[in-house]
Design a protein. Structure first.
Length: 135
């Protein structure tokens, strides 16, 4: 009887960990598909929207947290992909992600400064241009 209870408890723990472990992925607004061009386009669109959120918006912290999670997911997925690392669009994406993630971690309560927004917008345009060219 004791053996069956321990197996049942183990099974319940596995099920619990499975549901809790995948819960944040279900709440993500943008999910990565594995297609670099599609994922990068979705990333740029989402980050563009997140840096344009007004400073006095009540959901600014939520949008910022979602942007940080998306940055982490994108970086984790494509960091070690050698075929993507050679692309011009990827190096520009990494530059934009590093600056935005650095701002979010250093100044979590402050909005993104206009100078950084302008630079990010310029980098986003470069990314979109490089993706349209296939590089």
């Amino acid at each position: 009887m004791k053996r069956y209870l321990s197996r049942l408890l183990s099974l319940l723990l596995v099920i619990l960990v499975s549901f809790v472990g995948f819960a944040p992925a279900a709440n993500a607004t943008v999910s990565l598909t594995g297609d670099y061009n599609q994922d990068t386009t979705a990333l740029v669109k989402s980050l563009r929207e997140s840096i344009q959120v007004p400073d006095d918006s009540p959901d600014r912290s939520t949008v910022q947290a979602e942007a940080r999670q998306l940055i982490n997911d994108f970086s984790a997925r494509y960091r070690r992909d050698a075929s993507v690392a050679k692309l011009n669009s990827y190096t520009t994406v990494r530059t934009a992600l590093n600056s935005l993630a650095g701002h979010y971690s250093s100044y979590p309560n402050r909005p993104v400064p206009q100078k950084m927004r302008d630079r990010l917008e310029q980098e986003f345009k470069q990314i979109e241009l490089a993706l349209s060219r296939g590089s």
